[in-house]
Design a protein around this ligand. Structure first.
Ligand code: NDP
Ligand code: GDR
Length: 370
């Protein structure tokens, strides 16, 4: 029995789906710094998938453990209910998703299952377990909802027109979040986040693909960077700034949806030029006349356009207006585009240097990220 004078300090408890991803890792860091007990759902994979959170890992024998990982999957209702029942979270951040737009054209059904129905499963678990009044819910919504844009810049009231199986799945998740808020009084909110990047961005998203490839080209580990639509324009921010806003949205008196963006737009071509400048390289652009190996008649090339990276339906241009977040929550992004690119380049140069060393000692280094 506890002495009556004994006080239990129960830290706030957060559950992050997608904790092994880019945002999950930054958010876990932030919540641990704020004193939370953090639980995360990771998928069973045949190789380790916890690289991004290994620096936060605390073993099961650590008495003061504040980071706990659970095996689970967004497509498995029973495990989601079990984990939420066990963890009894104050806040759930639903970040898990098949998050690659181009891949969603290849895997539309799986994308719908994990991104749309996965969100429903978590919300239903809150309801089934009677946690409507206790557990707050954050949904990782996206600027991809705007797709074929009807208004520039895009704000909370701009109509949606999704242009990929990914965006259509996320549209369902957006609305089911609002429906559960209205129908059951759950504190549930959508962060409509524009693109955000970092040194731990997945290697097949265009920004990381660029910084990684240019670093490898600089060190002679790669000849060429193949890209799709160089004219696509995005509003790129830093993931560290954006997870702060995810947390802020969950601390309000009433749940609301917010756009999170920088309000500044660059093209893919601009990103390449900025990264090349940072790395001290001049770019040789090659058109679509490259042969199978990517070289044209001039020999080795640096950036070439390859049609396989074009999408069946493209989102040409996104630009966000985060006025509501600034006025209601006092949020503004702190890290500029140039600082973001510089940080990514520095990180990828270090990785390329490590690969160069490995190669010098006769070990293979792995190939291009497509
Ligand atoms: P990542 O792709 O880096 O991370 C996705 C996470 O979801 C990973 O932890 C991944 O696990 C996990 N995951 C994928 N499928 C499943 C599944 N079926 N069951 C359980 N876990 C799964 O994405 P980001 O961190 O960049 O983005 C986080 C969220 O925000 C996503 O929902 C994304 O759609 C959304 N978003 C992202 C934006 C961005 O610019 N980054 C902008 C707007 C929205 P594993 O590590 O094993 O692959
Ligand atoms: P996006 O990001 O589709 O906006 O989704 P991505 O970096 O994949 O593409 C941005 C733009 O660049 C063009 N592009 C290429 N893209 C990739 N991946 N590879 C290429 O070689 C290439 N060449 C040109 C694309 O066509 C596109 O126009 C990201 C994800 O994080 C989503 O989960 C999130 O919801 C949105 O951002 C907001």
């Amino acid at each position: 029995m506890l002495q009556s004078s004994t006080y239990f300090y129960r830290p706030r408890v957060a559950l992050i789906t997608g904790i092994t991803g880019q945002d999950g890792s930054y958010l876990a860091e932030l919540l641990l710094e704020k004193g939370y007990e953090v639980h995360g759902i990771k998928r069973r994979t045949s190789l380790f998938n916890t690289d991004r959170i290994d620096h936060l890992y605390q073993g099961p024998h650590n008495k003061n453990r504040r980071l706990v990982l659970h095996y689970g999957d967004m497509t498995d209702t029973s495990c989601l209910i079990r984990i939420i029942q066990q963890v009894q979270p104050d806040e759930i951040y639903n970040l898990a998703a098949q998050s690659h737009v181009a891949v969603s054209f290849e895997e539309p059904e799986y994308t719908a299952n994990s991104d749309a129905l996965g969100t429903l499963r978590v919300l239903e678990a809150i309801r089934i377990l009677g946690l409507e009044k206790k557990t707050r819910f954050y949904q990782a919504s996206t600027s991809e909802l705007y797709g074929f844009v009807r208004e520039v810049p895009q704000r909370e009231t701009t109509p949606f027109y999704p242009r990929s199986p990914y965006a259509v799945a996320k549209l369902y998740a957006y609305w089911i979040t609002i429906n559960y808020r209205e129908a059951y009084g759950i504190y549930a909110c959508n962060g409509i986040l524009f693109n955000h990047e970092s040194p731990v961005r997945g290697e097949t998203f265009v920004t990381r693909k660029i910084t990684r490839a240019l670093a490898r080209i600089k060190l002679g580990l790669q000849d060429c960077l193949y890209l799709g639509n160089l004219d696509a324009k995005r509003d790129w921010g830093h993931a560290r700034d954006y997870v702060e806003m995810q947390w802020m949205m969950m601390q309000q008196d009433e749940p609301e949806d917010f756009v999170i963006a920088t309000g500044i737009q660059f093209s893919v071509r601009d990103f390449v030029n900025t990264a090349a400048k940072e790395i001290g390289m001049s770019i040789t652009w090659r058109g679509e006349g490259v042969n199978e190996k990517g070289y044209d008649e001039h020999g080795a090339c640096v950036v070439a356009v390859d049609h396989r990276y074009f999408r069946s339906t493209e989102v040409d241009s996104l630009l966000g207006d985060a006025t509501k977040a600034r006025e209601k929550l006092g949020w503004t992004p702190k890290i500029t585009f140039e600082e973001l690119v510089a940080e990514m380049v520095r990180h990828d140069l270090r990785s390329a240097e490590r690969d160069e060393l490995v190669k010098k000692h006769g070990f293979p280094t792995y190939a291009y990220a497509e």
